[in-house]
Write a new protein. Structure first.
Length: 388
């Protein structure tokens, strides 16, 4: 009897410790969804697996600085100088170089910064979308802020796609501090419970905020899905309807997420694997093992498993991370992508912008198949972008 008691006591202690760790790491919001999700068997996929690689950036030149314009300029100028040098070394199956999606904060707008980024994008090295930090906001003010910024980006820089039906500028969105739809547990960094509705009404075609490092993470990790807003409650995106072949749009917002799970090649004390949140920075470098994990996560539109989507993110204007993002660590990542995942037989690599990722997911939803390169502009055309 004493052995049974000790066994049960030990089991309770282990379970309690595991539960405490789960809550400490904010895994409670997504761990069940992660466990329940089933990946397709690669053996059942005919032909090559197409890997869509999308790099999105919470690009904030004013990071920890609001008075030094020269520092802002130096940060932007380094990307203008070093990104083409790095990216030109690599091409995908379609002849494209890596494409960087700059999600620029509305509250940090300076014409000269966007003029430079637009020039970079005109040369084929990326595209520009909308990022926003706000707090204690209102629906009306948010609607005005997003509409005006979308208009400015289009009119001043040719930086957004135009809706072919309305002719109005449309955009992808990343919420500052991941607090989309007023989702922070303490109500910080937003204030708008109907944010998904406001985003849709102002031309947002998809949200690219997640995965997140805290409790704002939805309960549907590694899933491309639609969310419907409850204007009276926060975090309406927590659940929704998965994108699927021959399906249709639903609700208010399409949620396009990056890989979330566990880093198999790194562990704490040799036991506990690190959480993988698709974040790239100096102290979280994009090693070949992480790249393999991203591919293996196998994010796809249900019914089209041969098209795999990888969305990773960074904060590219932070000085401490630029050597990683513009130097050897990212070069090693692209070298691994363009060799292991671009052999033309088992895999084909496609560097895509946020807009192109959206277009290709919508093509899959519509039942299209074959080479995803044919669908980069499936719904939304490429922005014009202006040269300096």
């Amino acid at each position: 009897m004493i052995f049974v008691f000790l066994f049960l006591f030990g089991a309770i202690c282990v379970a309690s410790a595991a539960l405490a760790l789960i809550y400490k790491k904010d895994m409670h919001t997504w761990i069940l969804g992660y466990v329940k999700r089933r990946k397709p068997a690669k053996a059942n996929i005919k032909g090559p697996i197409h890997v869509m690689f999308c790099f999105v950036d919470h690009y904030e030149p004013q990071w920890k600085n609001k008075d030094n314009i020269e520092l802002e300029r130096a940060r932007v100028d380094r990307w203008m100088r070093d990104y083409p040098t790095m990216a030109s070394k690599f091409t995908d199956a379609d002849g494209y170089h890596p494409k960087h999606s700059f999600f620029f904060p509305e509250e940090e707008y300076r014409h000269e910064h966007l003029a430079k980024l637009s020039d970079l994008c005109h040369r084929g090295f990326g595209e520009i979308e909308i990022h926003l930090h706000h707090e204690d906001d209102t629906s009306d003010n948010l609607r005005k802020t997003l509409s005006n910024f979308a208009k400015t980006l289009h009119q001043e820089h040719g930086a957004l796609a135009l809706d072919p039906k309305t002719g109005q500028p449309v955009y992808a969105f990343i919420h500052g501090n991941w607090a989309l739809d007023n989702s922070h547990p303490q109500g910080k960094w937003c204030g708008v419970n109907d944010e998904l509705i406001v985003l849709r009404e102002t031309g947002c075609y998809a949200d690219f905020t997640f995965p997140s490092p805290d409790a704002t993470q939805p309960s549907l990790p590694n899933t491309l899905y639609y969310a419907k807003d409850d204007p009276n409650k926060p975090k309406s995106y927590d659940t929704g309807r998965e994108m699927k072949v021959n399906g249709e749009a639903w609700g208010d917002m399409l949620m396009l997420q990056g890989p979330l799970g566990f880093n198999k090649e790194e562990s704490k004390f040799g036991i506990l694997p690190k959480i993988e949140r698709a974040d790239i920075r100096q102290n979280c470098q994009p090693t070949p093992g992480r790249v393999d994990n991203w591919v293996d996560t196998h994010i796809h539109v249900k019914g089209r498993p041969e098209w795999v989507f990888i969305k990773i993110h960074t904060h590219g204007a932070q000085d401490i991370d630029m050597d990683c993002l513009l130097g050897k660590p990212v070069e090693l990542m692209h070298a691994h992508l363009t060799t292991k995942y671009n052999d033309g037989e088992r895999y084909k690599l496609h560097y895509v912008s946020a807009r192109e990722m959206y277009n290709i997911t919508k093509a899959a939803e519509a039942g299209e198949s074959g080479d995803p390169n044919d669908y980069r502009d499936y719904i939304l055309p490429k922005p014009t972008f202006r040269r300096m």
